[in-house]
Ligand binder design. Structure first.
Ligand code: IMP
Ligand code: MG
Length: 195
């Protein structure tokens, strides 16, 4: 009982701290509602055929976990790892993608799930790689799409929310590996990171 109270107090303090240093852009309730809507669309699209959900680690961890629990078709989950952000946490570096050889998707329905579509470089690169793997169908889903000029000419099939061009954290998205655990989507006040 005492441990439970400590956990409650910790959660309460972290949410209060987040609210005083960050702007809440999307509450967790809105994300849950969008996932239900998009889950229904995806169920209809695949008509009970099996779907391989490819999660782009680490940012897509939370959205993938919640998405698959809104699907009612047979699903399997694979993951790849994409890294593009440099040490300073908010500026882009060279893109590396790993884990592609660990599973076979030839002839299967594939849905690539990522946390955010910013410049689109990561998703475009993944789509090109998976096209070459001769999947039965290939679609993409992103939790967030930043309102920036499209550099790649590619647009994801499913977008849960469009957001302004700010650096965001929470619900799987990190700043220097922190803040993935926040239940909603936040931006730092005045866009100033705390460290
Ligand atoms: P893109 O290749 O420019 O579309 O960037 C995609 C990747 O950069 C995403 O998968 C994220 O991991 C990361 N990213 C882009 N914008 C943000 C942000 O605002 N917060 C956290 N990570 C971001
Ligand atoms: Mg990512």
């Amino acid at each position: 009982m005492r441990n439970f109270l400590y956990i409650l107090l910790f959660c309460f303090c972290s949410i209060c701290w987040a609210d005083s240093t960050m702007d809440l852009l999307i509450p967790s309730t809105a994300i849950a509602q969008r996932l239900q809507e998009v889950g229904m669309q995806i169920d209809k699209q695949y008509k009970n055929e099996e779907l391989v959900v490819v999660m782009v680690m680490k940012g897509a961890l939370v959205v993938t976990a919640d998405l698959i629990r809104n699907l009612h078709i047979p699903v399997s989950v694979e993951f790849v790892r994409a890294k593009s952000y440099g040490k300073n946490g908010t500026s882009q570096g060279k893109l590396t993608i790993t884990g592609l050889d660990d599973f076979n998707v030839k002839g299967k329905n594939v849905l690539i799930v990522d946390d955010i579509f910013d410049s689109g470089t990561t998703m475009k690169a993944l789509v090109n790689i998976f096209k070459a793997k001769k999947t039965k169908s290939l679609r993409s889903l992103v939790l967030l799409l930043k309102q920036v000029p499209y550099e790649t000419g590619y647009r994801p099939d499913h977008v849960l929310f469009e957001i302004p061009n700010r650096f965001v954290i929470g619900y799987g998205l990190d700043y220097k590996e922190s803040f993935r655990e926040l239940p909603g989507i936040y931006a730092f006040k005045d866009d100033k990171p705390p460290f």
